[in-house]
Design a protein around this ligand. Structure first.
Ligand code: SAM
Length: 471
């Protein structure tokens, strides 16, 4: 029985409800009257239910799909402006006791080198990341209670926050580690993490169990209920995600939105972010062995529909995707991207991209400077701001900020100031030549006069080497 308020995975992600939804969507995929009414509802910018969104996903009418894309673009602009938040993953350890069949870190993979960073190595990686200009990290680790216990993760977070190299600082550490206990989530909260991210991989229970044949991750309910435990532990920003390619995308899409609805129904706050990874080649992993891979067009449609279904949820795209795909989906709703990522343990300290401990192949291999320049060239403002979290603008408070239209007076100046820092400290001449005039131009778009005045003042201070503010 389907019950979005239940705390039981099989009730809030009810298999029957997903199947009914897919049947309903299939039956109505040519029902233009219904489709028009759903698009009209989406235009109110309050989101869509999983049933409504699934009808749009099933719809193959080109004209209607164009309408959906145009709406996604508009909502993206209205809610997130032209800002794109930047981050990088930091792999701490690839020791893992799970048997995930799509991941090279699985226990039975004996030819991948196992590595775990010492605190000195964490510090070296952080310095390398700071030297690129990163301020926000997502830490990643395999699941291994002996090698990667929660104490190790907490020590790493402390090390990361403690490193202040030149003008650098990591101001926000998001955490992507395996499902854990309320007590451990509380420890992560105390360590001042940003978002707790956990990909569901697949919502389809039977497939989930086959894809995770051994190890603690095999337990579907424990994994699927993790976000409820995280919220119980005090973490109010959680990040969902599906690994597209494992199961039928229509199933995953409906269930992903059901998960978001569940969090909203139980905790009063939906997910802070949704990630949309697709399976990639890796050591011991052949993506063609998974027969549910989706085309770039379907991928774009999913991104656009996530944007209009959960307008207040940020969307993340990693370097698994190429520059071309990233450009397409940034327009349709993605608000956060990684840059210059290394998916190997200790990879940032290596001159060449190392492949020995890589979790997956990276498609977008550009430097952070190149990614920043590219974003500006295609009309975006790369933002290194992390202020929202620190100022308590998370969850429902972020939502009210969005609704009141205050984002232009708040996020935009912060984005410009952090971009200015990047220009001063890390950008190449070529990037600065584009960035400096862009920042001056964008300053003039801040609507409130007093806010604009303070932002300009801060920019001049950064130029003069004064850094007495934190974002
Ligand atoms: N071990 C933790 C867990 O179980 O959630 C941390 C996550 S892992 C380091 C990050 C994510 O990478 C996984 O959740 C999975 O979705 C994704 N991943 C694993 N293998 C992949 C592959 N071959 N291609 C693309 N993404 C992959």
């Amino acid at each position: 029985m389907y019950n979005p308020k239940s705390l039981k995975a099989e009730e809030f992600i009810s298999h029957e409800e997903v199947l009914d939804t897919l049947e309903y969507a299939e039956k109505n995929k040519d029902n233009l009257e219904l489709i028009d009414s759903i698009i009209a509802k989406a235009k109110e910018r309050k989101g869509l239910s999983h049933r409504e969104a699934s009808v749009l996903l099933a719809c193959e009418n080109k004209e209607k799909i164009e309408e959906m894309y145009a709406l996604a673009e508009q909502i993206k602009k209205d809610f997130y402006g032209n800002r794109i938040v930047m981050f990088a993953p930091l792999y701490l350890s690839n020791y893992c006791v799970n048997g995930c069949v799509y991941c090279p870190y699985h226990l039975k993979n004996k030819h991948i080198e196992r590595k775990k960073l010492t605190q000195e190595e964490v510090a070296r990686e952080v310095i390398a990341l700071q030297d690129m200009g990163h301020k926000r990290l997502a830490i990643e680790a395999g699941e291994d209670p002996v090698n990667n216990p929660i104490e190790y993760i907490i020590d790493c977070i402390k090390t990361i926050y403690s490193i202040k190299h030149k003008n650098g600082a990591i101001r926000r550490v998001n955490v992507n580690i395996a499902a854990t206990t309320v007590e451990n989530y509380r420890k992560l909260k105390e360590a001042e993490i940003g978002t707790y991210i956990l990909f569901q991989e697949t919502y389809h229970k039977e497939s989930y169990e086959q894809l995770h044949p051994t190890g603690p991750k095999h337990d579907y309910a424990y994994h699927t209920e993790a976000m409820d435990r995280a919220m119980e532990g005090g973490i109010d920003d959680v990040g969902l995600g599906v690994l597209f390619g494992l199961e039928l995308y229509k199933y995953e899409f409906a269930a992903l939105l059901m998960h978001a609805e569940h969090l909203e129904a139980v905790h009063g706050v939906g997910p802070h972010t949704i990630s949309v990874p697709r399976i990639k080649h890796a050591d011991d992993i052949d993506p063609s062995a998974f027969d549910n891979s989706i085309s770039d067009d379907i991928f774009a449609k999913i991104c656009a529909l996530i944007r209009i279904s959960v307008p207040y949820t940020g969307m993340i795209i990693s370097t698994r995707e190429s520059q071309e795909v990233r450009e397409k989906v940034i327009r349709l709703g993605v608000s956060q991207i990684s840059g210059a990522s290394r998916t190997s343990v200790g990879g940032y300290c290596e001159k060449e991209r190392p492949h020995d401990t890589e979790q997956f192949d990276v498609s977008d291999q550009r430097t952070l400077d190149e990614v920043v320049r590219w974003l500006m060239e295609i009309g975006y403002i790369p933002s290194f701001c992390t202020a929202c979290y620190r100022e308590g603008r998370t969850g429902d408070r972020f939502m009210s900020l969005c609704k009141s239209g205050q984002i232009q007076n708040c996020c935009h100046p912060n984005a410009l100031m952090t971009l200015k820092e990047f220009m001063m400290d890390y950008a190449s001449e070529e990037t600065r030549a584009i960035g400096e005039p862009l920042i001056e131009k964008e300053l003039e778009t801040i609507p409130k006069e007093n806010v604009r005045f303070v932002a300009k003042e801060n920019i001049r201070n950064i130029e003069n080497g004064k850094r007495d503010f934190r974002f």
